[in-house]
Design a protein around this ligand. Structure first.
Ligand SMILES: CC(C)(COP(=O)(O)OP(=O)(O)OC[C@H]1O[C@@H](n2cnc3c(N)ncnc32)[C@H](O)[C@@H]1OP(=O)(O)O)[C@@H](O)C(=O)NCCC(=O)NCCS
Length: 173
């Protein structure tokens, strides 16, 4: 698939929110987003906050978007480092794609580039959290060198169920 990965910039907020929200059918049954409810995040506030964050050009925040050949934003990845001196070397990652563009290698490209950019920015470690039943995310993370460092019990509530999550980590050599 023809794809361009670039840094997210101010003004991308709406397209990022739309990409995230694309999977919501309001049923909450077997949700594609196994981490955060996309409906609760698709708000004017989210869009504004995202654009505000991007405009600040924070040194500890990297955000990437995937753009298809028609200019549509179809995926997002980011990592945020701590501001505490003792933890500044590590950053927490997130990633998602538009459900209509899933399983086409988009997240792989986004996270591959995120790893390179994070290393070039001086981070020593990337971390992520994924619901244990999030097969695609865990497969993606393992493929790109993340290891399972532990399990968080009852980490997430999806509908009426509580599920565990894996803590994933990748040391950037
Ligand atoms: C996780 C997610 C980002 C993967 O995006 P994607 O673009 O479909 O991923 P890719 O196409 O790059 O595939 C990555 C791996 O997952 C596998 N995969 C993708 N979709 C899958 C599915 N539905 N079931 C099983 N494996 C799947 C791919 O085969 C690939 O593994 P491989 O290279 O060993 O074959 C996407 O499913 C998503 O946005 N989910 C909702 C948000 C979310 O859960 N984010 C992560 C929070 S931790």
């Amino acid at each position: 698939m023809e794809l361009r990965i670039r840094n997210a910039r101010t003004g991308d907020g709406r397209a990022i929110a739309e990409c995230f929200y694309a999977s919501c059918d309001n049923s909450c049954k077997d949700c594609f987003n196994k981490y955060i409810c996309s409906a609760s995040k698709y708000t004017v506030k989210m869009i504004t906050n995202m654009d505000k964050r991007l405009s600040k050009k924070l040194k500890n925040y990297l955000a990437l978007v995937a753009i298809d050949k028609n200019g549509k934003l179809v995926g997002f990845s980011s990592c945020l480092g701590s501001t505490d001196k003792s933890m500044m070397h590590r950053a927490e990652c997130g990633w998602f794609v538009d459900i209509n563009y899933a399983n086409k290698g988009i997240a792989t490209k986004l996270v591959e580039r995120l790893i390179v950019d994070a290393k070039n920015s001086g981070f020593k470690k990337l971390e992520a959290e994924a619901a244990i039943e999030n097969i695609a995310s865990i497969r993606l993370a393992k493929k790109l060198g993340f290891e399972i460092e532990g399990t968080k019990k009852l980490a997430l509530r999806i509908g009426s169920r509580y599920i565990d999550s894996y803590i994933l980590g990748k040391v950037l050599n």
